[in-house]
Design a protein around this ligand. Structure first.
Ligand SMILES: [Zn+2]
Ligand SMILES: [Zn+2]
Length: 381
C-alpha cells in the first residue's frame, strides 16, 4: 500500500479525540492486511507488534490518531455551532508513516532481531493527564515484553520539507490548562456600567494579560487563551463568561509558577471590578517532553543515515506540548521533528483550519523510523 493512499484515507476519516472509531477500524484493517495481529487498547487505540525471527529487545514507535475541532466550512452550519474534525496537526501523516514502518519492517523479518511495537494512540490533543498516551501506559503498553526504548516524530513547520531535527533534553514545553472565569448577577442588556459587566471585565483582563506577556521572557512561561465562551442572548447579560487557554514553560515547574503569577495578577485586576466574582483555575496538562540523552544521540546518527547529516538540525525547545512526554516518564526514548515547510504558498502552521503539508515527506519519515530501528535491532552500532 502507498503512503499517500494511507494518509488520504486517514485524512478523510478525521475524528476528534476518543471518537476515533472509524480511524481505529481502518488502521486495524491495514495492519491485518500486512499480516500483523493488531489489538485494540484504551478504546480507540491500536497496538501491533512486528516480531523478527531472531530474539532481541523490543522498541516502540508511536503515532496519534485524533484530529482537531473546527467550525464547519458551511457558513450556515458554522453559525449554528456545528464542529467538524480536521487533521490540522499532521496526525494523519504520522499514522500513515507508522503503517509505512510496519510494511518496511515486515520486509526485514529475517534481518532484524527482537520486535517493534507500533502504538497508534488516540486523544493526543486533549491537554489532560488522562490523555491517550497516559491511558495506553496505564493499560500496560510498555510491558509484555518490556519496551526498552520509545520513539516518535512530529511534523514541524519550523524546518524545510524533508529536513529533520532532534535534541537531547527538553524538546517541548510542559503545559497546564487555565480557565479564567468572570461571574456576575446578570441583568438586562440595556443597563450600562462596566463595573458590573462580565464581558467587559473579561476583555480588560485578557488584554492586560496579553500586554504583560510582551514584557516577559518566554522561557519563564507564557499563557495564551484560545477559547472564549458565555452568554445566551444579545440582550441578556451573562451570569458567567470564561476564557480557556494554556500556560507553558520549557523548564520543570515553570508552567505552575506562571499560573501562580497569573493568578496574582488576575486578583489585582479583579479589584477594579468589586461586584464581580473573578477567578483563575488551572489543571495539569502535559509534562515537559525530555528526550533521553543516549536515545537522542542514537536518533541523530540514525537521522543522518536516513537523510544525510546536512539535513539534520538541532533546535531550541518548542513551546508546543505533546503527550508523548508521558511515555518518556517511564522509558528512555526520543521525539524528533520532520520539516514540512513548503515552497508553494500553502499554510503549514499547525492547528490552522487551512493547514496543508506536502506528501513528499512521508517517505522521509518512514526512512527515519527504519534507521532508528536498524540502529537498535539491525546490528548497526
Ligand atoms: Zn496538535
Ligand atoms: Zn500533534
Amino acid at each position: 500500500m502507498n503512503l499517500r493512499t494511507w494518509r488520504s484515507a486517514l485524512h478523510e476519516r478525521a475524528e476528534l479525540a476518543w471518537q476515533e472509531t472509524r480511524t481505529r477500524d481502518y488502521v486495524v484493517a491495514q495492519l491485518k492486511g500486512l499480516g500483523l495481529e493488531p489489538r485494540c487498547l484504551a478504546g480507540t487505540g491500536v497496538v501491533a507488534d512486528v516480531i523478527f525471527e531472531r530474539p532481541g529487545p523490543c522498541i516502540g514507535f508511536r503515532a496519534e490518531l485524533d484530529a482537531l475541532p473546527f467550525p464547519s466550512s458551511d457558513p450556515e452550519a458554522a453559525s449554528q455551532g456545528l464542529i467538524i474534525a480536521r487533521h490540522a496537526c499532521g496526525h494523519d501523516m504520522h499514522a500513515a508513516m507508522l503503517l509505512g514502518l510496519a510494511q518496511e519492517l515486515i520486509c526485514r523479518r529475517t534481518v532484524f532481531t527482537g520486535r517493534v511495537r507500533l502504538l497508534f494512540q488516540p486523544a493526543e490533543e486533549v491537554l489532560s493527564e488522562d490523555s491517550g498516551a497516559a491511558r495506553l501506559v496505564a493499560a500496560g503498553v510498555l510491558n509484555n515484553p518490556r519496551v526498552e526504548h520509545i520513539y516518535a516524530l512530529h511534523v514541524s513547520p519550523r524546518l524545510p520539507a524533508g529536513d529533520v531535527a532532534c535534541r537531547a533534553g527538553v524538546l517541548m514545553a510542559e503545559c497546564r490548562r487555565v480557565t479564567l472565569t468572570v461571574k456576575s448577577r446578570g441583568g438586562h442588556g440595556a443597563t450600562v456600567g462596566s463595573q458590573t459587566d462580565p464581558v467587559i471585565a473579561l476583555a480588560r483582563i485578557l488584554s492586560q494579560l496579553a500586554e504583560d506577556a510582551q514584557e516577559k521572557d518566554p522561557g519563564q512561561g507564557i499563557a495564551s487563551f484560545c477559547m472564549v465562551a458565555g452568554g445566551t442572548a444579545a440582550n441578556v447579560r451573562p451570569m458567567a463568561v470564561r476564557a480557556e487557554g494554556t500556560a507553558r514553560a520549557t523548564v520543570h515547574g515553570g508552567a505552575e509558577r506562571h499560573v501562580n503569577r497569573l493568578r496574582d495578577r488576575v486578583a489585582t485586576l479583579a479589584l477594579n471590578h468589586p461586584t464581580l466574582d473573578i477567578s483563575l483555575d488551572s489543571v495539569p496538562g502535559y509534562p515537559l517532553l525530555v528526550n533521553d540523552d543516549a536515545a537522542a544521540a542514537l536518533t541523530v546518527v540514525a537521522l543522518s543515515d536516513a537523510v544525510g547529516s546536512s539535513r539534520v538540525h538541532t533546535m531550541s525547545p518548542s513551546l508546543a506540548s505533546e503527550d508523548f512526554a508521558f511515555y518518556l516518564l517511564h522509558r528512555p526514548g526520543a521525539m524528533f521533528l520532520l520539516g514540512i515547510q513548503d515552497s508553494k504558498a500553502v499554510n503549514t502552521t499547525l492547528h490552522s483550519a487551512d493547514f496543508h503539508a506536502p506528501n513528499d515527506v512521508l517517505e522521509t519519515g518512514v526512512r527515519c523510523f527504519v534507521a532508528i530501528a536498524e540502529r537498535h535491532l539491525g546490528g548497526k552500532q
